[in-house]
Design a protein around this ligand. Structure first.
Ligand code: ADP
Ligand code: MG
Length: 450
């Protein structure tokens, strides 16, 4: 693949900066051998060897990387990762499929994530109706399902489906507006305050497809409900498609105006339920295709059986297992999975268990275990360390003193402060709470069960 020289040089310079900021093993694993391919408007496109690497970088290091690139060029806005064959040596011993199944589009358009597509969504009994309806509205053949209301509890694929609709419609050239309910609320309140409601109206009314994620957050916000009501009617009258996701049915949403509730129920309500064992195994198999190490079927079965419901947790568990295997250079076995999932940690309480927690948390933040217990105080390391302390204390039931020892000889006050910080963030930020749950050994959650 030809690379343009300014993109190439920009990325080289950014890599130089990143090398100083990121722990060596992480840098070597994820960034060494990547190349700057092109500058597309305000976006620098970076070639990486695998989809897995692209996703890892996108999820764990995007902010850090964009800061580094911005420091080099000044006014850049985004970095996108693209799988390209032209990067240097791949260390994988496994044969790699010669060509990606579909050309990778830029990762950011209309705020949609390119990894959430219909292709990457595994269909099973639990999500069949939602999937079929989503496909229909994405193709524009589902006008009778207007609005389409997707509901179900967290981590089951609602956001994934919503992005999949957006990506597909966007590719077909339709005008798509995707927002979270939170963004919609903020924009609306801002428009009122700045007397820019006309611009607000125009922006949303231009959409052929309006996608709003987590509409349950509109509950109790009267002003926003008013604004949304008019937007909804205007779009609906114009024949535009509206898709909403929510963690429960309209009937179960509290503090929602009746006129909105009835409109939510106008079209089709489709639930996304927890996947059954078979679907969980299929989801894992499809995720495992993109892992850096190969995962035997029996291990996939083991994970599918151990994690009963939430797909996000399923994904987190698989990542933990493959990352541990990758970083410690051992094959993926059921034993390793058991260790990585922490199912034996509490029983064994052996010296390897706290080590496993450190490895898991460090890996999650793209750090080496050594960096996590080092003297470094920069934010990503400090946050990861605080979280490790929290898990060691809460889940492995280690005393503050023991916990402090394990994370590089911190004193009791530091440990207690860390635990408090993490606990309060968990309370305020449901996304973070889920992240912590995914990193926490399974036994810890069951010991707290009533
Ligand atoms: P929700 O919005 O319902 O809380 P998400 O859409 O964020 O859940 O899904 C959580 C994670 O699980 C995402 O990474 C998503 O890609 C993945 N996921 C959920 N359901 C499926 C599925 N059926 N097939 C593949 N991946 C899935
Ligand atoms: Mg969601």
């Amino acid at each position: 693949m030809p690379t343009d020289t300014s993109a190439h040089r920009t990325w080289e310079a950014a890599l130089g900066r990143l090398q100083l900021q990121i722990a060596r093993p992480s840098f070597d694993t994820w960034l060494r051998g990547t190349v700057g391919l092109s500058l597309e408007g305000q976006t620098l496109v970076v070639g990486v060897p695998t989809t897995f690497a692209a996703e890892w970088l996108e999820r764990r290091m995007q902010g850090l990387i964009e800061d580094a690139v911005t420091a080099v060029v000044g006014d850049l806005q985004a970095v996108a990762f693209r799988v390209s064959g032209s990067t240097s040596e791949s260390t994988s011993a496994v044969a790699v499929t010669p060509a990606a199944p579909s050309p990778a589009p830029p990762l950011r358009s209309a705020g949609l994530s390119a990894r959430y597509t219909f292709d990457s969504f595994v269909v099973g009994g639990s999500n069949q109706l939602a999937y079929a309806a989503a496909m229909a509205v994405a193709d524009g053949s589902g006008s009778v399902y207007n609005p389409l209301f997707l509901y179900g509890s967290v981590g089951l694929g609602k956001t994934h489906l919503l992005h999949a609709i957006g990506n597909r419609a966007l590719a077909a050239g339709r005008a798509v507006a995707y927002v979270t309910c939170e963004q919609f609320t903020n924009e609306y309140l801002w428009a009122i305050r700045e007397r820019k409601t006309e611009a607000f109206r125009q922006r949303y009314r231009a959409a052929e497809l309006l996608l709003i994620d987590d509409i349950q957050f509109i509950c109790g916000k009267e002003g926003t409900q008013e604004g949304f009501f008019h937007t909804f009617n205007a779009l609906h009258d114009a024949g535009s498609q509206i898709v909403l996701t929510s963690d429960r049915t309209p009937a179960a949403l509290p503090l929602l105006e009746e006129r909105l509730r009835s409109r939510f129920e106008w079209g089709l309500m489709a639930d996304v339920a927890p996947p059954d064992l078979e679907t969980r195994t299929a989801i894992l198999a499809s995720l495992a295709d993109r892992a850096p190490v190969s995962v035997p079927q029996e291990v996939l079965d083991f994970i599918a059986a151990s994690v009963p419901s939430n797909v996000r947790q399923l994904e987190g568990c698989l990542n933990r297992v493959t990352a541990m295997a990758y970083f410690t250079d051992v094959p993926v076995t059921i034993d390793l999975a058991r260790q990585a999932l922490g199912t034996t940690i509490a029983q064994e309480a052996g010296p390897s268990s706290p080590k496993a927690v450190i490895a898991i948390v460090a890996t999650h933040y793209g750090l080496s275990p050594a960096a996590l217990v080092s003297g470094r105080r920069d934010k990503p390391v400090a946050t990861a360390r605080q979280l490790a302390m929290y898990i060691l204390h809460q889940s492995l039931h280690l005393s503050p003193d023991e916990t402090g020892q394990i994370v590089g000889g911190r004193d009791r006050t530091t440990v207690l402060y860390a635990i408090k910080r993490i606990a309060s963030r968990i309370k305020l930020d449901p996304g973070f709470a889920q992240e912590v749950a995914a990193l926490t050994p399974a036994t810890a959650t069951t010991t707290n069960a009533p």
